[in-house]
Write a protein that binds this ligand. Structure first.
Ligand code: PMP
Length: 309
């Protein structure tokens, strides 16, 4: 799970060496969690390197800054262009791209002064699957976290903010301490929400269920891709509130995220999903997702942003 460092980082419009990309200990975001970010993947495809749903990710990033009212020096177009530059200059054919927008050195008052701009860092590097490479085939063991997800109108779940990941840390580290691979959290009402860094999908009797965004879930780009891709498969889709105990009774469960991709769940709270039988539909959806990059299914949504290396 370690990341492979590259040569250059984009910082507020400048390209600097990875080693020189340093920030002050008085950075506001370090003290108060005032950052928003994106994780994006660049894949090797039949047409060369492509950034998956690039514009959708940058739009979500700008939505996060809008919620927190971060003033920005750069337009969406400029950031999209900068991502291309950082992939090219680091000579990457595939990559995980991390964009971080944060409140920098503006003093230590919680409310930043007028006339500041948020800082932007763009990095790209190789990063293997977040839940381990075996997870995609063999699945992972999960538990329902004792920690609930953030409640509506406390910390916004539609924003992908650094501070949200304190909740994710509690959920994920509790699971690891107890010998599981990942934790799944319930929302503040007790309905199923999501994993520490992934959305959740459930299959029961050929219906694909996923919790609605009102269950405090991040509007995942992979989640949205799965919802669109499964229209090619004979499955009904239902976004609905999900009871915890329903998870114990279903045919298949999988998690989705940019870093983790599509990961089958083999057990939850020690209960095997479908008695540990094969996860046929999850495999099909995993394959359909990869077909986008092999050209076996057409990119009718215009999701692939080509890199000219
Ligand atoms: N939920 C959370 C809490 C996440 O951190 C992520 C990863 N960004 C996701 C869901 C999945 O989102 P995406 O598919 O856009 O990566």
């Amino acid at each position: 799970m370690s990341i492979k460092k590259t040569n250059f980082i984009w910082l507020n419009g400048d390209i600097i060496k990875w080693e020189d990309a340093k920030i002050s200990v008085m950075t506001h975001a370090l003290h108060y969690g005032t950052s928003v970010f994106e994780g994006i993947r660049c894949y090797k495809s039949y047409k060369g390197s492509v950034i998956f749903r690039h514009e959708n990710h940058i739009n979500r990033l700008y939505n996060s800054t809008k919620i927190y009212r971060f003033p920005l020096k750069f337009t969406i177009k400029e950031v999209i262009n900068a991502v291309h530059i950082i992939i090219n200059i680091n000579k990457l054919k595939e990559a995980y791209i991390r964009i971080l927008i944060f409140i920098g050195v503006v003093g230590l008052g919680i409310n930043p002064p007028k006339n500041y701009y948020a800082d932007i860092i763009i990095s790209a590097f190789l990063w293997e699957n977040y839940l381990g490479n075996n997870a995609k085939n063999n699945g992972i063991r999960t538990m329902i976290s004792t920690w609930n997800k953030i409640k509506p109108n406390t910390i916004p779940s539609l924003a992908k903010a650094g501070g949200n990941y304190l909740s994710s840390l509690l959920i994920s580290s509790e699971a690891r301490r107890n010998g599981y691979d990942e934790g799944i959290a319930l929302d503040s009402l007790g309905f199923v929400s999501e994993g520490s860094g992934e959305n959740i999908f459930i299959i029961k009797n050929k219906i694909l269920f996923t919790p609605p965004l009102t269950s405090s879930v991040l509007p995942g780009i992979t989640r949205d891709s799965v919802l669109k891709i499964t229209k090619n498969i004979n499955l009904k889709i239902k976004e609905s509130l999900i009871l915890r105990e329903f998870l114990y009774l279903v045919d298949e469960i999988f998690l989705t995220g940019t870093a983790a991709e599509i990961i089958p769940v083999c057990s939850i709270d020690g209960i095997l999903i479908n008695n540990g039988k094969r996860r046929k539909i999850t495999k099909k959806i995993q394959k359909e997702f990869l077909y986008l990059f092999t050209g076996k299914i057409q990119d009718k949504w215009n999701w692939l942003d080509h890199i000219n290396l």
